[in-house]
Unconditional design. Structure first.
Length: 237
């Protein structure tokens, strides 16, 4: 009996190396623990990783882990919701400080880019800007035309400081929006790592990149008609 058990274990281990089911040396066996070959649903961790890279939580949902999928999807929704909120707030604050500069510094906001409003922040007037850059760079940098279209002048330092604070809030909102995109990227990395390391309660994933070995037990009839117990190892690459 002991010698037979050793032979069964040896055959089972050899079968696991070649990705075959454990043979029953007795023939016509039935499962003792009802533990057949691992079920293969065709799901791949790499496919799950690709889904998680696109939408965090999609890979977990694909693998059947609905609880983890809910966490990652909720985090992704929070990221995009925060990004949208901060971007909208930044746009609103931008419009607000541009209107403020029009009222208190005589700026004509239409058609002006962000650099122009940065110059409005850095210099008290258009003439101050032109004089400084002409003195330092001579004619190497173009100056603002001396027309009403590019005119501005701060006559009150408190209003100038208010403009600076308003513009700073807008820029901070945009900067925080970019940070949320970085958080979204981190969420994707964590989601991909999770699905690649995911181990379901039962073997359901065909992961051809690793060795899957587990013990099996079965009964059968020996050549002399006696009921025998067999123990072995089954597995696949």
């Amino acid at each position: 009996m002991r010698r037979c058990l050793y032979i069964i274990l040896l055959l089972a281990f050899a079968a696991s190396i070649f990705a075959q089911a454990t043979p029953n040396p007795f023939g016509g066996s039935e499962g003792f623990f009802d533990d057949d070959e691992p079920r293969d649903s065709g799901k791949s961790k790499w496919a799950a990783a690709g889904l998680s890279l696109l939408v965090p939580g999609a890979g977990e949902l694909y693998l059947g882990d609905k609880r983890a999928a809910g966490y990652f999807i909720a985090a992704e929704g929070a990221v995009w919701g925060t990004f949208a909120g901060l971007t909208i707030r930044g746009n609103w604050l931008k419009q607000e400080y541009r209107n403020y500069s029009a009222i208190h510094a005589g700026v004509r906001p239409q058609g002006k880019d962000d650099k122009f409003f940065e110059d409005v922040l850095r210099f008290s007037s258009r003439d101050s800007y032109n004089n400084w850059y002409h003195l330092v760079y001579r004619d190497q940098i173009p100056l603002y035309p001396e027309t009403d279209e590019y005119y501005w002048k701060w006559t009150n330092y408190d209003e100038w400081d208010t403009y600076e604070a308003m513009r700073s809030k807008s820029e901070t909102s945009y900067r925080n929006a970019k940070i949320t995109l970085a958080v979204g990227l981190i969420n994707r990395v964590i989601s991909v790592a999770y699905v690649l390391r995911y181990q379901p309660p039962e073997t359901e994933i065909s992961d051809k990149g690793g060795l899957n070995i587990r013990p099996t037990a079965f009964t059968g009839t020996s050549p002399d008609g006696q009921i025998e117990l067999g123990l072995g190892i089954s597995g696949s690459f």
